[in-house]
Design a protein around this ligand. Structure first.
Ligand code: ADP
Ligand code: GLC
Length: 490
């Protein structure tokens, strides 16, 4: 039996991306289709989504619009791989310039509860045959934006007399990041059109407010997150964000499935965005990428100076305050640092200041630039991901593929994907990068010193780099695990 699955999310690469979520919502459905699933995606009709989808045509008028003057469901396809994508056209909600979540002052839009309730509600309607030609058996929602889908499904099932949503569709919720919880004032509950008793500790209520994320966790038939270690971490008080008890209570329905890499997008042998192509058996192109990177950022042209790269959202999660503290360790040893990122003003200023102080060895580009991200991963010797917490992390996986050794804090998906270049791991032939344990500047500094030490041992460096490049983090193994989960539910 072919499994029909609808992925519900707010981002999709290459149409709209603020982080790794978009990479996953694009690659996972494609990998599921390869395995024989009938997968589609549902997105809000943000301007770049409406502009980027091909062959858009109306499917149905949405009879609830949560305050938008009008809302319709359209169906199109993603150019490139023809992935079918449903889009909610409600221009008053979604056709706004800038960030999909924040206004020009970086404040969440005042109507975010309604904007994303519409997304969850439309997902449930698709399961109820809003599109006569296609209805999902599995509704798979990602992060808080899609968190209400399961609640609407449950409400619909109850109306039909079934206790679980079984009669309608089964639901999966994936946590990409527990730090974003979709919290709104309790007063907005009435606007959601959910049964009154859903505003409950066993429901969408969270310490007196509404939480879309909690709704997602509570009403889903199965919960997944994006690495096995993060699945364990979020069941603890330290990392559960107040939801640890719920998650622990649902431990039997919670599984960590590692994200994969889309090697059609991230492969140095085929990447059109980088200065020269290379592969593990032909590495000379990587040196050219490094030289091009040094030139682009006007750093000293030195091929033997290790270049450390950062491509990241500049938020507290990413631990880059620690890197600012450990930066002298890089500069004093003759290394270079290239940073691409956007986010918190204090981090943007900190890196900008460092670049002014050390124009020959530190460079920063503030902004979001997909092509430049590829150039940095290709040109760097080491990619830094010192995150406080990291559900999975894709940057370190891209780094491995591009022969840039990842330097990471041992948390979440970083712990699951990088093996430290300790003496014993080097001897065993398992090392792929640098891993530090304590989240302290001196621990990061020590890992940076290890990177310099290995860099000075050319043969060990090349072997470690080649091992990382040969690793396979493609989607097929993880997609098979999602398929097994769907089969269990369906
Ligand atoms: P997160 O989703 O928490 O941001 P991930 O490592 O999973 O972290 O994914 C980040 C994704 O976003 C990667 O594809 C990375 O290349 C990309 N990215 C982050 N910041 C930028 C930026 N400033 N410009 C371009 N790409 C970026
Ligand atoms: C989140 C996490 C990141 C993960 C990504 C995709 O944004 O912060 O660790 O890789 O989602 O799942």
């Amino acid at each position: 039996m072919t499994i029909r699955v609808l992925h519900v999310a707010s981002e999709l690469y290459p149409l709209l991306k603020t982080g790794g979520l978009a990479d996953v919502t694009a690659a996972l459905p494609a990998a599921l289709i390869e395995l024989g699933a009938d997968a589609r995606v549902l997105l809000p009709g943000f301007a770049s989504v409406a502009a980027g989808l091909a062959d858009l045509r109306p499917i149905a008028r949405l009879e609830r619009s949560f305050g938008a003057p009008e809302a319709t469901l359209e169906l199109g396809r993603l150019p490139g791989n023809d992935l079918p994508v449903y889009m909610i056209r409600a221009d008053a909600f979604y056709a706004r310039p800038g960030s999909p979540y924040l206004d020009a002052e970086h404040v969440p839009y005042g109507d975010n509860a309604q904007r994303f309730a519409l997304l969850g509600w439309a997902a449930a309607q698709l399961a109820l045959h809003l599109d006569p030609a296609w209805a999902p058996r599995i509704v798979h929602s990602h992060d808080w934006h899609a968190g209400l889908a399961g609640a609407y499904l449950r409400a619909a099932a109850r109306e039909r007399g079934a206790t679980r949503a079984a009669g309608v569709a089964r639901s999966v919720f994936t946590i990409h990041n527990l730090a974003y919880q979709g919290i709104f004032p309790a007063g907005q509950f009435d606007e959601l059109g959910l049964p009154n008793d859903f505003f409950d500790m066993h429901g969408v209520e969270f310490y007196g407010q509404l939480s879309f994320l909690k709704a997602g966790l509570f009403y889903a038939d199965k919960i997944t997150t994006v690495s096995p270690t993060y699945a364990r971490e979020i069941q603890t008080v330290a990392q559960g964000g107040g939801l640890e008890a719920l998650l622990k209570g649902r431990a039997h329905d919670l599984v960590g499935i590692l994200n994969g890499v889309d090697y059609t997008v991230w492969s140095p042998a085929e990447d059109a965005a980088i200065a020269a192509r290379y592969s593990v058996t032909r590495m000379s192109g990587k040196l050219r990428c490094k030289a091009a990177l040094q030139q682009r950022f006007q750093l000293t042209q030195k091929h033997d100076a290790p270049v450390f790269g950062v491509v990241s959202r500049l938020t507290e999660q990413k631990g880059l305050d620690l890197l600012l503290a450990a930066l002298p360790e890089i500069v004093a040893r003759g290394g270079q640092l290239v940073v691409l990122g956007t986010g918190d003003a204090s981090l943007e200023q900190g890196f900008t200041r460092a670049a002014h102080q050390h124009p020959d060895s530190v460079a920063v580009e503030l902004g979001f630039d997909e092509a430049l991200a590829h150039e940095i991963v290709a040109g760097a010797d080491v990619m830094m991901v010192p995150s406080r917490f990291e559900p999975c992390g894709l940057t370190q996986l891209y780094a491995l593929a591009y022969g840039a050794l990842p330097l990471v804090h041992r948390v979440g998906g970083l712990a699951d994907t990088v093996t430290d270049a300790s003496l014993e791991n080097l001897a065993d032939g398992t090392a792929t990068g640098f891993v530090f344990e304590r989240f302290e500047p001196d621990a990061l500094a020590a890992a940076i010193r290890r990177a310099f030490a290995l860099h000075a041992r050319g043969r060990d460096w090349r072997e470690t780099r080649a091992r990382g490049m040969r690793e396979d983090f493609g989607w097929s193994a993880s997609a098979q695990r999602y398929m097994a989960l769907y089969r269990e539910l369906a």
